[in-house]
Design a protein around this ligand. Structure first.
Ligand SMILES: *Cc1c(COP(=O)(O)O)cnc(C)c1O
Length: 221
C-alpha cells in the first residue's frame, strides 16, 4: 500500500495543474467513503460512468454530496435519461444526435453538455467520429433544451503518453474550429481530455479539464 493518503494524492495533482485547469475526480469503481475523503481534501467535481453509481454515491456522501458538482462521463442509455437528468450538472458523454434529441425531449431545464468525440475512430469506444463533429454540433445547437459547452474525449490508451499527443492536438483544433463558427448557441468553454496516464500531455495541448481516477485512488480492483 502506498503511504500517501487519497487526500495527499488529490492535492499533489491539484497543485501540479495550472489554475485554469479543472480537476474532475473519476469515481468509477470506488466506494463512497473514498470519494468523501477526496471531497474533504477540496475536490468539488466528480465524474460518474453509471447512473446507478451516481445515485449510490450521493446517498453514501450524505450532505457532502450537495457540495459536489456531478458530471456524467460514461455512455448514457436512453432508458436512463429521466434518472440521469436530476443527478448531473453536466453530461460530458453526449455521443450522438439521437441521444441529444432524446435528452432534449425529456429535459425540463436547460442541460449543459459536452460532445464526446471518438478521436481515434476506435470501434470499442462511444463518441462522435471526428469528421462528423462540426456537422453534428450544428444540429445539436438547434436544440434549445441543450447547452453545448465544449468537447470531451477518451483518447486511445498508450503506455507512452506522447503517443496520445496527436489526438489531443486534433481535439484542440476541432475545439477552435467550433469556437470560430458563427453559431451563437455553441458556448465552447470546456475541453475535457487527459486521464491518469496522459493528463500532462493533454494540458500541454490545451485541455482545461482533466479526469483522473487511478492516480488518486490507485488501481481499480
Ligand atoms: C475511468 C475514466 C477516467 C479516469 O481514468 P483513470 O485512468 O483511472 O484516471 C476518465 N474519464 C472517463 C470517461 C473514464 O471512464
Amino acid at each position: 500500500m502506498p503511504a500517501e493518503s487519497l487526500a495527499d494524492r488529490y492535492r499533489a495533482i491539484r497543485e501540479s495543474l495550472p489554475e485554469h485547469v479543472r480537476l474532475l475526480v473519476a469515481a468509477k469503481g470506488r466506494k463512497g467513503r473514498e470519494i468523501l475523503e477526496v471531497v474533504e481534501a477540496g475536490a468539488s467535481l466528480v465524474g460518474e460512468n453509471y447512473v446507478q453509481d451516481a445515485e449510490r454515491h450521493r446517498v453514501e456522501l450524505g450532505e457532502a454530496a450537495d457540495q459536489v458538482e456531478w458530471h456524467l462521463v460514461g455512455h448514457l442509455q436512453r432508458n436512463k435519461i429521466n434518472r440521469a437528468l436530476p443527478l448531473f450538472a453536466m453530461i460530458q458523454s453526449l455521443d450522438s444526435l439521437r441521444l441529444a434529441r432524446a435528452i432534449a425531449a425529456r429535459a425540463e431545464r436547460r442541460v449543459p453538455v459536452l460532445l464526446e468525440v471518438n478521436i481515434a475512430g476506435e470501434e470499442s469506444k462511444h463518441g462522435i467520429p471526428a469528421d462528423e463533429v462540426v456537422s453534428t454540433a450544428r444540429l445539436i445547437a438547434e436544440l434549445p433544451a441543450l447547452r453545448v459547452q465544449g468537447l470531451m474525449t477518451m483518447e486511445p490508451y498508450m503506455e507512452d503518453p506522447e503517443g496520445a499527443r496527436p489526438y489531443f492536438r486534433r481535439m484542440r483544433a476541432l475545439f477552435e474550429e467550433l469556437k470560430a463558427l458563427p453559431v451563437p448557441a455553441l458556448h465552447m468553454q470546456t475541453l475535457s481530455m487527459g486521464m491518469t496516464n496522459s493528463w500532462e500531455v493533454a494540458v500541454e495541448e490545451g485541455s482545461n479539464m482533466v479526469r483522473i481516477g487511478t492516480a488518486i485512488f490507485g488501481p481499480r480492483s
